[in-house]
Design a protein around this ligand. Structure first.
Ligand SMILES: NC(=O)C1=CN([C@@H]2O[C@H](COP(=O)(O)OP(=O)(O)OC[C@H]3O[C@@H](n4cnc5c(N)ncnc54)[C@H](O)[C@@H]3O)[C@@H](O)[C@H]2O)C=CC1
Ligand SMILES: CC(=O)[C@H](N)C(=O)O
Length: 301
């Protein structure tokens, strides 16, 4: 299940430089079922992890494309999983909840009436996956993630500021935040996110009481993440220029998630809190963005 001999990455665009050593890479357009099937058959794939999607903010700007990528893409991977007996993981999100859901300690099973096309398509993915599991026996599994914080530049979501703020802290000493200072959202560090996927995929089917679980790390506001950065970069400043679209989305999402079912069923437990996340983000991004200048080489004799 791990390592470059076991994993193949795919996308419709070339992978960013610096990741070539990770694993083989191939073109797959998830809107083209035969392209998924070709990759599965040619590489003898047994598990499909389907990450491709348009996130919440970009989805609002291109609804037909979001319906297509997030909706048809899911239909295609489910059909291919059914035909080739694959284990299938599709991430869901806090975006699958909406303003009528309880926002604090949101449980796994509750009202799901999202108001974004991203959320609507993610509820569709959850329900269609569970339907394929019940009707056809597809080993479908899903986790509802909060905002994921990693050093990879964000792809157009509402929680993106929680990545950009670290870039800005190092490059400019200042971040202009599109959410209000007291907007609380749940988040999780990258390593915990990947651990949760691996743990859930390893859990025997009979131990899963749900096919879609909440998982979370910790919750914070822009003010609180700025304070955490200021402990390490005292001159760091945050200013606010509210984006009404993203603010409205954030105000409709949970402030915190209840992930006790995942903790009970497959011993889920995150390792990173806000301080540990700030520590590692600043360390990794310093290495990525501010590499040490090369010392002049000594003349060889
Ligand atoms: N980043 C986050 O905070 C969270 C992400 N998730 C889920 O995790 C998954 C990955 O999210 P990110 O990596 O942040 O998104 P991203 O926007 O960074 O990456 C999405 C990828 O999908 C690819 N893609 C788009 N159209 C495609 C097509 N037709 N065929 C093949 N690939 C296509 C894009 O090229 C891109 O590499 C998504 O399903 C998202 O809903 C869930 C909760 C939080
Ligand atoms: C929480 C998510 O699903 C994503 N980061 C987004 O903000 O759209």
């Amino acid at each position: 299940m791990y390592g470059k001999d076991s994993v193949i990455l795919s996308d419709i665009c070339k992978r960013p430089s610096g990741f070539e050593h990770l694993s083989p890479f191939c073109y797959v357009n998830i809107l083209d079922k035969s392209s998924i099937e070709e990759a599965v058959v040619n590489n003898n794939i047994d598990t499909l992890i389907h990450f491709s999607a348009l996130l919440s903010a970009v989805g609002e700007n291109n609804v037909p494309l979001a319906i297509s990528v997030n909706g048809r893409g899911v239909e295609n991977v489910l059909e291919v999983s059914k035909a080739h007996n694959l284990k299938l993981f599709i991430p869901s999100t806090i975006g699958a909840f909406g303003p009528t859901t309880t926002r604090d300690g949101t449980p796994d099973l509750t009202i799901q009436r999202p108001r974004t096309i991203y959320g609507v398509t993610k509820v569709y993915a959850e329900l269609l996956g569970e339907y394929y599991h019940e009707k056809y026996g597809v080993d479908f599994r899903s986790l509802r993630f909060p905002g994921i914080i990693s050093t990879v530049e964000p792809g157009g979501g509402t929680t993106d500021y929680a990545i950009k703020i670290y870039y800005d802290a190092l490059l400019n000493g200042k971040h202009i935040c599109y959410l209000k200072p007291d907007t609380e959202l749940p988040m999780m560090y990258d390593t915990d996110c990947m651990t949760s996927v691996v743990q859930m995929l390893h859990t025997p089917s009979e131990n899963l009481s749900l096919r879609t679980y909440n998982v979370t790390g910790f919750s914070f506001t822009p003010e609180q993440i700025a304070e955490s950065i200021r402990k390490r970069i005292p001159t760091f400043q945050i200013e606010y220029n509210i984006c009404p679209i993203r603010q409205k989305i954030a105000d409709s999402w949970p402030r915190s998630l209840d992930d006790s079912t995942a903790r009970r069923d497959w011993a889920w437990k995150p390792e990173y809190d806000l301080e540990a996340t700030t520590e590692i983000m600043l360390e990794l991004l310093t290495a990525k963005l501010l590499p040490p200048k090369n010392e002049p080489k000594l003349a060889t004799m």
